[in-house]
Design a protein around this ligand. Structure first.
Ligand code: NAP
Length: 259
């Protein structure tokens, strides 16, 4: 299917690996030129070269921390006006609800709520002006099905979900389509580090921790960044114009609900 977004321009945040990279790859495959971001410069530059070589599109890497104002300003200055924005950042660490301090909450809210809001505030007015835009926020399945040890993530991301519910409807009349994409378990470094945390907590091997988590997924395996990227590219497509303010679960059926 031609998604109709060839020659559009996108910012993909936190995209040197994992789900952000999956989204960047899938957009590049549709002929979208990219400005990608992550903190680690070397991996980011390598990813930019790989994607540009593979898909023959322009890919500009801008190293910086997306959770800081300075990191965002640098990224936005390099990108200029864009048609598509994919918001992403690292996830907060696991822990126990009794231990989290105000500072822990502020860090999580900065990373997984306020950074995405700031990027939308910076990019969406330009999209409104041109009468076309797409925003995908990478959140988490934990928004619909909480994971107790990821309470910092549950808290910050449900805040973003509430913001997007209202804002997406406000900008839809101007041709801007804003949605959230909710990863369940996908095989990335983040998933591997959570597997390893569970293994040491429960005194089991990492393989066993992963097998246990995998057994909760009807599709039978962890997802991968290309599954995730394909869904992201579709939400950025022309065909997605009637999908407004939705929360698309990409979890291999793990959430056992009727709707
Ligand atoms: P990942 O494989 O660890 O990749 C994270 C990417 O984000 C890397 O490119 C990393 O590069 C970049 N990054 C991290 N913090 C950043 C920051 N402050 N500023 C800019 N770039 C940053 O993680 P992932 O699995 O793709 O996860 C992406 C998001 O989805 C996370 O918020 C995660 O919590 C959430 N999620 C993932 C899963 C899953 O199963 N994978 C499930 C639910 C939710 P640098 O470290 O070099 O900055």
């Amino acid at each position: 299917m031609d998604l109709g977004i060839k020659d559009k321009r996108a910012i993909v945040c936190a995209a040197s690996k994992g789900l952000g990279r999956g989204c960047a790859e899938a957009l590049a495959a549709e002929g979208v030129s990219l400005v990608i971001n992550a903190r680690g410069e070397e991996a980011l530059h390598q990813t930019a070269r790989d994607i540009a070589d593979r898909w023959n599109v322009e890919v500009i890497p801008v190293a910086g921390d997306i959770t800081t104002e300075a990191g965002r300003e640098k990224l936005l200055a390099a990108a200029g006006s864009v048609d598509i924005l994919v918001n992403n950042a690292g996830g907060p660490p696991p822990g126990h609800w009794t231990d989290w301090t105000r500072d822990d909450f502020i860090r999580a809210i900065d990373a997984n709520l306020l950074s995405a809001v700031a990027m939308m505030q910076a990019c969406v007015p330009g999209m409104i002006e041109q009468g076309w835009g797409r925003v995908v926020n990478i959140t988490s399945a934990a928004v619909r099905s909480p994971i107790a040890i990821l309470g910092l993530s549950n808290t910050a991301r449900t805040g973003l979900t509430g913001f997007v519910a209202g804002m997406s409807r406000d900008v839809a009349p101007q041709g801007v389509v804003v949605n959230n994409l909710l990863p369940g378990l996908h095989a990335t470094d983040r998933a591997a580090s959570l597997d390893s945390g569970i293994a040491s907590r429960d005194g089991i091997s990492i393989e066993e921790a992963r097998a246990r988590r995998q057994s909760t997924i009807p599709a039978g395996t962890y997802g991968d960044p290309s599954d995730f990227g394909a869904a992201c590219a579709f939400l950025c497509s022309q065909q997605a114009r009637f999908i407004i303010g939705q929360n698309l679960m990409l979890d291999g059926g793990a959430l056992n609900v009727t709707i």
